[in-house]
Structure formats: C-alpha cells, structure tokens
Design a protein around this ligand. Structure first.
Ligand code: UT7
Length: 334
C-alpha cells in the first residue's frame, strides 16, 4: 500500500442573507465608504442578525450543503473539527451541536480555537489523522459569528468583520493529490494586540466589563497590520521554497482576507500576479477562520484536478501559517 494522503473532496458554505453596507455603517459611526474601501478594501459584509442563532446554525447549513453536494452519508463521518472563535457557548463544543443537527452519530467532534488561522489548523489536524491511517473521512467546518463580538460604536473595528461558515470533506487517498504541506507557527508575544479582554477565566463578565465594552474585539490595528504582512509573506515564501514552487506553478494564491493592502503586499513579496490572487474581501470582509474555505468554495467550479494552490493566514495569537494543496477533483463536474 502506498502513502496515504488527505484530500478535500467537496465544499459547502453558508452566508447569512443580511448585507451590511459601508453606507449603513456610515450612519452608525463616523466613517465613509471611501475610507473603508481605500484603507481596507471592504464594500459590504454578511451578518447573522438573529441573536438566538450562532455559529452552530451557520456551520450546520454549510455541512448540509456539503452532504447534498457530495452525497456522503453522515454515518460515514469519523471526526468533525469545528474551527471557531465565536462558539455558541464556552462549552460544550459547537462541533457537538453541529453533529447533532446533521445526524452525525459515529464521529468524535471538537472545536479548534485559533482565530483566523483556525481553518488551516483544523485541516492540519484532519490531515494528520488521515495520513496516520486511523481515519478515512473527516469534516472540517469553520464558522464565525464575528458580529456578536463587534462593537458597532467603534469605527476602528466595526467595518472589518463579517459572518459566515464553510465546511470541507477530507478523505484518504493514495493519489498524489490533496494537502501536500502545511506550516503553522505561533508568536505568543503578540497575544495582547488582538483579543477580547473579558468573559474568559481571566476577567469574567461583570457590570464593569460590560460598561467598558470589554466583550468586543480589541485590536491595535497598526501592530497587527505590520505583523500580518511580515509573517504571511515570510511563511508563504517558505512554503513555496520548501516545495520548489515558483509563482508560475500556481493556479491560485489564496490569502486570508483581512485587508486588501495586506493581501497586495504579501502577493508582491511572493511575486504572484494579481490575476492569480483570490480576493473576495469586498463582499464578505474578514470572516476570521472562514475566509480561506469561502474562497475555495467560490473558486470550486473553476478548479481542476492537479491545480497547485497556496493559502496563507494570520490572526490573533499571533498564529500564522501557509499550506500547499494539489487540488483533488474537477470542480465543473460537481
Ligand atoms: O484577521 C486578523 C488580522 N487583522 C488584521 O490583519 C487587521 C490589521 N490592521 C488593519 O487592517 C489596519 O490597521 C486597520 C484597517 C484596522 C486600520 O487602518 P490604518 O491605516 O492602520 O488606520 P489607523 O488605525 O492608523 O488610523 C488612521 C486614522 C485615525 O485617525 P487619526 O488619529 O489619524 O485622526 C483613525 O481614527 O483613521 C481613523 N480611522 C477611521 N476613519 C474613518 C480609523 N478607522 C476609521 C474609519 N473611518 N472606519
């Protein structure tokens, strides 16, 4: 028997219907479409309005679409990893609720909380489980209700984020396709620059934490911006060199969608032409762990078996990473 590889065999996604535009934001805080477009590159974002619905709702919708597209039976799934930093509850895992909603009964399931790097981290775990030979079918689902932790009175953070979910089916194969390489790193010295200050075991909820808006995203934008450009560029170049890839070998470069200026700077460092860089930040903003699988979902129909794709991510922690995929199926045949 040859080496077992892990390959993505299908993608589902869910984006809430409500579209929050820059014009609407401009009526909530002192900002403008012109400022947001020129400094970040976002035109609108999707928001899950219902306060009684959370990440498990969107993750469930994404997995349901994945089942419908692939025809896979819930009983065949052996593990579910949910990448989220906006879980329904601190415990139990959002992954458990998703399993219950979609009828997955033979799997073990847990959440992976690595903020924007969550999808890549969860896919790394799934890949290792599959390459070990222990499991054959795993779902990686990323779901984020960022709007629940966005302060819509703070103009420095409220334009940045959106809600959404996406799920991939990861299977074992002996073909030379799938996840070829992943590099992940954490620089914990950056933890305080991007965080939620209260609501955890440090600084539990109190009147004071609510009055001070400490249950929302806190970000020191420029520190995060600089670290994002440097680390995403370095790790993307590292994965290209380690796999002897040149920009010409790539069908797509898929960067985390946090800021168009970060994306442009990283692509320039890698020498990748703009027409090979997947960008959809203008429609969905930063959906944290979900940006990369939403890009794959949007590209799916145009992808061909054997396409080389490099993805790169950066987020709170700081945690950052890059991965090299050799795409596993012709998307137009789905
Ligand atoms: O996914 C996790 C990783 N996150 C990121 O990668 C985000 C990284 N950071 C960024 O993308 C950028 O730092 C931001 C988009 C968050 C901010 O852009 P910036 O160019 O770094 O702006 P700044 O924070 O230096 O602010 C410049 C000015 C300030 O005004 P003063 O002090 O110069 O008068 C801000 O108050 O822009 C002001 N400003 C705004 N003005 C209009 C900040 N936000 C807004 C706004 N509308 N929404």
């Amino acid at each position: 028997m040859g080496k077992i590889n892990a390959v993505i065999k299908g993608i589902g996604a869910y984006l809430p219907e409500y579209v929050l535009t820059n014009d609407e934001l401009s009526r909530m805080v002192d900002t403008s479409d012109e400022w947001i477009m020129s400094r970040i590159g976002i035109k609108e974002r999707r928001i899950l309005k219902d306060p009684n619905l959370g990440s498990s709702y969107m993750g469930t919708k994404a997995v349901e679409e994945l089942f419908a597209k692939t025809g896979v039976n819930p009983d065949e799934i052996e593990a579910v990893f949910c990448a989220t930093s906006t879980p329904d509850h601190l415990f139990p895992a959002t992954a458990a609720k998703i399993c219950n909603n979609v009828g997955i009964k033979n799997a073990f399931a847990y959440d992976i909380e690595v903020a924007c790097a969550g999808f890549m981290s969860a896919l790394y775990s799934a890949t290792n489980h599959i390459e070990s030979g222990r499991h054959k079918k795993i779902i990686v689902v990323a779901s984020e209700k960022m709007s629940f932790m966005v302060d819509y009175t703070d103009r420095t953070t409220c334009p940045l984020f959106g809600d959404g979910a996406a799920a991939v089916l990861v299977e074992a194969t002996e073909e030379e396709v799938g996840v070829r390489d992943i590099i992940l790193r954490t620089d914990g010295s950056g933890w305080s620059h991007l965080q939620m200050k209260a609501g955890g075991s440090v600084c539990p909820a109190s009147h004071e934490t609510i009055d001070n808006h400490w249950h929302y995203v806190y970000q020191e934008g420029q520190a995060v911006f600089k670290a994002a450009v440097t680390n995403m560029a370095d790790i993307s170049v590292e994965i290209m060199e380690r796999n002897k890839l040149t920009a010409d070998d790539l069908a797509w470069f898929i960067p985390h969608q946090a800021n168009l200026r970060i994306i442009d700077a990283v692509a320039r460092r890698m020498g990748v032409d703009k027409d090979k860089v997947m960008i959809n930040i203008e429609k969905y903003a930063n959906t944290s762990a979900v940006t990369i699988p939403i890009c794959l979902w949007e590209l799916e129909k145009s992808l061909k078996k054997g396409d080389n794709i490099v993805c790169s991510t950066f987020g709170a922690g700081f945690t950052f990473g890059a991965m090299y995929l050799k795409w596993g199926y012709d998307g137009d045949k789905i």
